[in-house]
Design a binder for this molecule. Structure first.
Ligand code: AMP
Ligand code: ZN
Length: 477
């Protein structure tokens, strides 16, 4: 990486928001050599939607920023392929079985199918593959060992349907989410079956239950008989296996704060007396209107956007324009603007010569934003200010390519239209008018846009708008 221009001492300090402490703190890894990062991965019973992908884009951005700061990142992500029930209250169906029934295949087959589809989505969005990808079903022994340790330490109890964690055995349960335990206990309206406390959760579920015995496809022998692990134990067991009982950063979606991550923390506190991560970071949701995008409700896939002619990286550009700790409303209009912006910057880059140098001042400005809790919208603004600056074009190009190590927008790939235009020898005045029209459209200046179309026509070319921006063709009478 071109980071050698800035020595490590000159790098702005990395500051990150920690949900556990509810504030922004300077990031110092536990070891000089490596940053240890655990990310909760997908439940592979259906396709990942663009909301899920926002979450993995956020983890990818974090990893890229750490890498740009000369850290070697060990990034571990789990694949949930068993034990995630449709209800957070530990009842309902296993999502894997639900997905299997819906598609008329085995739970094992759909796990493989949707994991593969997920990995393809990550590649489309230029999300780096984690260092370690670990499946819950391949770590059953580790989970059983973990539960046995919790049992020995007196944190568990048995009910008719499983082994549960007694959350009130910990003074600090729910600190991450600032849960009001007394209020929750007093206000419990829903049946909590045989659980002692409303916040208790399953560590192990028994297979033989009503509505389950005949359908259960994923089950294992354990000290408590045939069954399967609860959802939360997999992350505690696998993060410990690959990163140790204490690591640097734990990430996931905002919905994990009150249940999944609170329970991961409880398990680790039960076993080791302290919570595992120095930083807990959460990506906020992608919405459509006021509704969150979800697998069971309103869903939209990256491949569906591609079918409509959008480029996956235009979606990545759109994601870069909002901070990970704010909700983002998705719309095709916003994606259109992202598409146009990406095309413009690539076309500019295509005209600039190679051989320049990264501009140190711009680099510092960029780093001061990305190192400040991943302020990506401001970093994108630095990209445009460099593009519009009076730096030498070759230096602009080198600088933006350096930024692209984090943006990962393939800025050096000229967009399709640019290639088409150059091979067809479209006169520069026509291209200039087309660019002006693009700008006018971006500013929603439709009158000017129409006038420019007329001017382009007058020079013998027709212009068509497309997802990537525009295309020009000689007008044949
Ligand atoms: P799942 O596969 O349902 O377990 O979800 C995978 C990840 O996507 C989790 O970290 C969720 O928090 C996250 N997630 C789910 N829905 C959204 C959404 N609409 N926007 C952003 N992240 C989401
Ligand atoms: Zn997890």
């Amino acid at each position: 990486a071109s980071i050698d221009i800035v020595s490590k001492q000159e790098l702005p300090k990395i500051k990150l928001f920690d949900t556990y402490r509810r504030g922004i703190y300077e990031f110092q890894p536990l070891s000089d050599k490596q940053v240890t990062l655990y990310a909760c991965g997908p439940t592979v019973y259906d396709f990942a939607h663009i909301g899920n992908l926002r979450n993995y884009f956020f983890v990818d951005t974090l990893q890229r920023v750490l890498t740009l700061n000369n850290y070697n990142v060990k990034h571990v992500m789990n694949i949930t392929d068993v034990g995630h029930l449709t209800s957070d209250a530990d009842n309902g169906e296993d999502k894997m079985l639900k997905g299997a029934r819906k598609r008329g295949q085995s739970a094992w087959d759909i796990a493989k199918f949707f994991e593969d589809a997920f990995m393809r989505d990550l590649a489309l969005l230029a999300i780096k593959t984690p260092t370690v990808i670990c499946r819950a079903t391949e770590h059953i022994d580790e989970q059983i060992t973990y539960i046995c340790a919790l049992e020995d330490q007196g944190f568990t109890y048995k009910t008719a349907d499983g082994i549960y964690f007694d959350t009130l055995k910990l003074d600090s349960y729910g600190h991450l989410a600032r849960l009001d335990i007394a209020g929750l206990q007093a206000g419990k309206r829903v049946s909590i079956a045989q659980k002692k406390n409303i916040t208790d959760f399953a560590l192990w579920k028994f297979s033989v239950q009503e509505n389950d015995s005949s359908e259960r496809q994923m089950q294992w022998q354990s000290p408590w008989g045939l069954g399967f692990p609860g959802w939360h134990i997999e992350c505690s067991a696998m993060s410990e296996k690959y990163l140790g009982a204490a690591f640097d950063i734990h990430v996931g979606g905002e919905d994990h704060i009150p249940v999944h991550h609170s329970n991961e923390i409880a398990q680790c506190e039960g076993r080791h007396g302290k919570q595992p991560a120095n930083f807990w970071m959460h990506g906020y949701f992608l919405q459509m209107g006021d509704e969150k995008i979800s697998k069971s409700g309103r869903s939209l896939l990256l491949t569906q956007l591609q079918e409509q002619g959008y480029e996956a990286l235009a979606f990545r550009y759109l994601l870069l324009t909002s901070h990970y700790r704010s909700k983002l409303r998705f719309s095709l209009k916003a994606l259109d603007s992202a598409t146009i912006a990406l095309k413009r910057i690539r076309n500019l880059m295509a005209q600039w010569p190679e051989g320049g140098q990264v501009n140190a001042q711009a680099q510092q400005r960029f780093l001061s934003f990305v190192n400040d809790d991943l302020k990506m919208p401001q970093a994108v603004a630095v990209l445009w200010s460099v593009a519009k600056s009076d730096l030498k074009n070759a230096d602009k190009k080198a600088t933006l390519l350096y930024f692209d190590e984090v943006f990962a927008l393939s800025l050096d790939i000229p967009s399709k239209e640019a290639t088409k235009a150059s091979t067809k020898n479209i006169p520069s005045e026509v291209l200039a008018l087309a660019e002006q029209r693009l700008q006018a459209r971006e500013n929603h200046n439709w009158v000017e846009s129409d006038a420019l179309r007329a001017a382009i026509l007058a020079l013998g070319f027709s212009i068509k708008d497309s997802a990537q921006g525009y295309s020009l063709e000689a007008y044949i009478c």
